[in-house]
Design a protein around this ligand. Structure first.
Ligand code: NI
Length: 180
């Protein structure tokens, strides 16, 4: 089932996510729903807090990693970036941060430890865009958004812009209601 994506400044996005200890059908259902939601958006990744679940689970879109792969994704549970090297500053966006993108500095190569959907330990290396997405999604589990990694000046400008966007949306919604 496609879930509603929660957007900034909803407080759930600021919360530290809780580690997962139970690997049951309920977890598999959540993973399935998150994959569906991410492909529908579409997005490069999705973290559980973005659908309102403060749990340590992220979905990474790997469609571009594999040849001839359409709609492929992996689930990382309780993920940990154990090593990182190199640095690259590239434009980033987020499904939870509407109408905005900004340059963010990330490691170019990382080592990741996590559990899979069955609770089995996995470890792998990632680089470039794949590594960037994993770092971005792991940030979500720490209650951090990419706008927390830009200058306070830029963040302030975005907050102003967002206020305007939200006010316009509210206004449009009110008008639609009035017409009915
Ligand atoms: Ni994001």
């Amino acid at each position: 089932m496609i879930k509603k994506i929660i957007t900034y400044p909803n407080p759930v996005l600021k919360k530290k996510a809780v580690p997962i200890a139970t690997f049951d059908d309920e977890l598999k259902r959540v993973i399935h729903d998150m994959m569906e939601t991410m492909f529908d958006a579409p997005g490069a990744g999705l973290a559980a807090p973005q659908i309102g679940l403060s749990r340590q689970l992220v979905i990474i879109n790997t469609s571009e990693q594999e040849e001839d792969a359409d709609k492929k994704a992996i689930a990382l549970i309780n993920p940990l970036i154990t090593a990182g090297e190199g640095a690259e500053t590239e434009k980033e966006g987020c499904l939870s941060v509407i109408d905005y993108s900004a340059k963010v500095k990330r490691f170019t190569r990382i080592t990741v430890q996590a559990l899979d959907a069955a609770g089995k330990e996995i470890e792998f290396e990632a680089e470039d865009f794949f590594a960037r997405v994993i770092q971005h999604e792991c940030d979500h589990l720490a209650g951090k958004l990419f706008i927390d990694r830009i200058s306070s000046l830029k963040r302030g400008l975005y907050k102003k812009k967002l206020k305007k966007i939200l006010a316009e949306r509210e206004d449009a919604a009110r008008k639609r209601k009035g017409e009915r």
